[in-house]
Design a protein around this ligand. Structure first.
Ligand code: KIV
Length: 272
């Protein structure tokens, strides 16, 4: 189905609210390095998330917990150098904002100053309200993240769907309202029932971006390596793979190895 789309030369936090009001869905993807960010930006993705999923995808850790603030700043500055259109949002990593609002603000300022990013993202609701307020008071746009929040994986114990029970669903609804009230510009809802995500999206004026949260929200986010099929082990129901790059890349690399071994590469035209 085609949708009337306004052209945005540069996506801002305000453009995202306009998109929600105009019924235009928001596209968001991760990127962690210059080359990938260039491709993602040129494809007109609205928001690029320098996610702390870099901890899994780029560094091979089992969880997002080990990645550091310095490492996130390194990834974010590589992405920023590539981007001309998208809004670039950077995850504040685990341990850099939960202990107190002053530390949260210091971390957010480092990300904005040292990488040139446009906004930050944090995981959680009421528990981190004071930290979020402190960051917002400094003029830094904040995106919230509720539902399955991977930085709390050891509290949850598993990566299964969150907020299926009434109590957790009610807390999530309250947290979304609270994040809107204090001034967050958008919220990611991860792996929650589609009906609940839709209800939240309809109850707030800021954009709700879903991952595993159904189609009733204002936009979608995926990890770009999952969408491209570079990662192989991760196969949740919500994931749509658009390519099997793992196979294509490994075939190409095997072919290169063969060509070197058989002295086919380089040929006469490929030398000076
Ligand atoms: O770090 C990340 O990639 C994320 C998305 C899954 C929303 O937070």
């Amino acid at each position: 189905m085609s949708v009337a789309k306004k052209e945005y030369k540069r996506v801002t936090v305000k453009s995202l609210v306009d998109m929600k009001q105009n019924g235009e869905k928001i596209s968001m993807l991760t990127a962690y390095d210059y080359s990938m960010a260039k491709i993602v930006d040129a494809a007109n993705v609205d928001v690029i998330l320098v996610g702390d999923s870099a901890s899994n995808v780029m560094a091979g850790h089992e969880t997002t917990l080990p990645i550091t603030l310095d490492q996130m700043i390194y990834h974010a500055s590589s992405v920023i150098r590539a981007v001309q259109r998208a809004l670039v949002v950077v995850d504040i990593p685990f341990g850099s904002y939960q202990s107190d609002p002053k530390e949260a603000l210091r971390s957010a300022i480092r990300i904005m100053k040292e990488s040139g990013a446009h906004a930050v993202k944090v995981e959680g609701g009421q528990e981190i309200k004071d930290s979020v307020k402190r960051i917002l008071n400094a003029g830094i746009p904040v995106m919230g993240h509720l539902g399955l929040t991977p930085q709390s994986i050891y509290k949850f114990g598993t990566y299964t769907v969150r907020a299926k029970e009434d109590e957790e669903a009610q807390k999530l609804k309250n947290d979304a309202k609270m994040l809107e009230k204090i001034g967050c510009f958008a919220i990611v809802l991860e792996k929650i029932p589609a009906a609940l995500a839709k209800e939240v999206a309809e109850s707030v004026s800021i954009p709700i971006i879903g991952i595993g949260a159904g189609n009733g929200v204002d936009g979608q986010v995926l990890v770009v390596h999952d969408l491209l099929g570079i990662t192989q082990e991760f196969n949740p129901r919500f994931l749509r793979r658009y390519l099997n790059l793992y196979e294509d890349m490994s075939n190409a690399i095997s072919q290169y190895v063969d060509d070197v071994k058989t002295k086919d590469f380089p040929n006469n035209e490929e030398q000076y």
